[in-house]
Design a protein around this ligand. Sequence first.
Ligand code: PGA
Length: 253
Amino acid sequence: MADDERRPLVAGNWKMNGLESSAAELRAIIAGAGRFSNKADFLVCPPFTLIAGFAALAKGSEVRIGGQNCHAEPSGAFTGEISAEMLEDAGAKAVIVGHSERRMYQRERDEDVRAKALAAHRAGLMAIVCVGETQEQRESGATLRVIGHQLTGSLPDKASAANLVVAYEPVWAIGTGLTPTTGDIAEVHNFIRERLVSRFGHGGEGIRILYGGSVKPSNAKELLSVRNVDGGLIGGASLKASDFLGIAAAALE
Ligand code: PGA
């Protein structure tokens, strides 16, 4: 999946799904992830309500727990918000920022995403910054321009392989069953790699770039073995341990 120097990351985004009873799925993921322990990192991002409990369950295992969003400020009068420091305090090691659903429904702009990524770093969390074009943008040939713009505006100025991951998620591929061709994925991932290297120098070589959008066990090998694809950000298929582990198995074995 990844080049030698980059350790693959298999990350699950549970979105607004999961109750206390979902701990059974996490237990199964933890049990299954053990056999890939020397091959990949695993991350599960449940809703906020499950982070502390899941972090306690996952302690000492291969699986890390992350959030799906954070506020840019560490604390304050922001009713209903959760800070990166709070996520860290609850046991999270990472946070997804700028997911297209938040860019769309919460109208998050690149500058908001960048502020959240900086907040993640301030709190000691790894930031997973999402970028991706809409169907309309792809059809009009604007994909690389859009992604370039999102990267320029959303990435923090200082970052390393330890605290930054970029996820390429074409909006039209999320939850639709549609996926880009491997050629399209290669084009975007190579472009993102070039941008990371020009922005962060040699460090940009080590930053992982995930592909996300309708990844499932049956297409994981094809999609995740493309050069410069260093793992996957999995939505729907991460909710079932058997599918999530099936994706890892297809991609890593
Ligand atoms: P999906 O979602 O795997 O359900 O397409 C991916 C994501 O939104 O991260």
